[in-house]
Design a protein around this ligand. Structure first.
Ligand SMILES: C[S@@+](CC[C@H](N)C(=O)[O-])C[C@H]1O[C@@H](n2cnc3c(N)ncnc32)[C@H](O)[C@@H]1O
Length: 227
């Protein structure tokens, strides 16, 4: 029998299957590019919530892990961050982010790079705020032609969360902050244990309940604080 989590990933994937050509969507009063195979932020309320909740470091440096379409990275630049780095393991997401940075004339502030978590960064790269709207479903994924898209939703065994929690401190300025976008479809217990292993504790900063295809979902902005 299929696990609930795998069923969830399949339903999330299905919602993206009719996106076969570049599209645009509106969010927070602006028009954005969306490429096939990239997580579509307009399909859930989380996009607008996280974008409004984040304490963008004005004149500072912002790093977004798992940038997807890049709308948060572009908004960070529009809201005053001097330097924005957008990272994603999906080449399509990096391309999508560059398009949105061009569309909104912030390509000079937003650098998009492809790779695993912080791997594309240089050793000395430091940020005042690091944010990841994470792929929070913990489930083993079967072989799939949509493997890269599935990674937008799922992190089997939370190995990517583990890498993030283990290495994020290497990329913070003194006083730099770390935040995660998370939901109650994620495994908060596992996240808490992994965070503790790497010297962090979770402090929820903002919370809202929103509509989701399967019903209501709790969206949270969680700050990682040193234990
Ligand atoms: C839930 S989506 C969020 C996308 C975008 N930030 C948004 O809010 O619309 C998670 C993103 O993390 C990316 N991702 C998954 N595993 C990753 C990894 N190991 N390194 C970097 N990015 C990863 C996915 O490709 C996806 O774009």
């Amino acid at each position: 029998m299929e696990s609930t989590d795998l069923g969830l990933v399949r339903r999330l994937r299905r919602r993206h299957t009719d996106i076969v050509e570049p599209q645009t969507f509106r969010l927070l009063g602006q028009e954005w590019d969306l490429l096939p195979g990239v997580y579509a932020p307009n399909l859930t309320p989380s996009a607008a919530l996280y974008a409004e909740w984040l304490p963008y470091p004005v004149d500072g440096a912002f790093c977004e892990v798992g940038c997807g379409t890049g709308y948060i990275s572009v908004l960070a630049a529009q809201r005053g961050c001097a330097r924005v780095t957008a990272l994603d393991i999906s080449p399509a997401a990096v391309d999508n982010t560059r398009r949105n940075a061009d569309r909104h004339a912030v390509a000079g502030q937003v650098t998009a790079r492809c790779g695993d978590v912080f791997e594309p960064l240089d050793a000395g790269d430091r940020y005042d705020l690091v944010f990841w709207n994470s792929n929070f479903v913990d489930v083993e994924l079967p072989e799939s032609s949509d493997a890269m898209l599935d990674r937008a939703f799922a992190d089997p065994g939370y190995t990517t969360h583990d890498t993030f929690l283990r290495t994020v401190a290497d990329h913070l300025t003194p006083g730099g902050r770390v935040m995660l976008g998370f939901t109650d479809l994620g495994d908060t217990g596992l996240l808490t244990r992994l965070a503790a292993t790497h010297g962090w504790r979770l402090e929820p900063r903002r919370r809202a309940v929103g509509e989701y295809p399967d019903g209501e979902l709790r969206y949270e902005l969680i700050e990682l604080v040193r234990r």
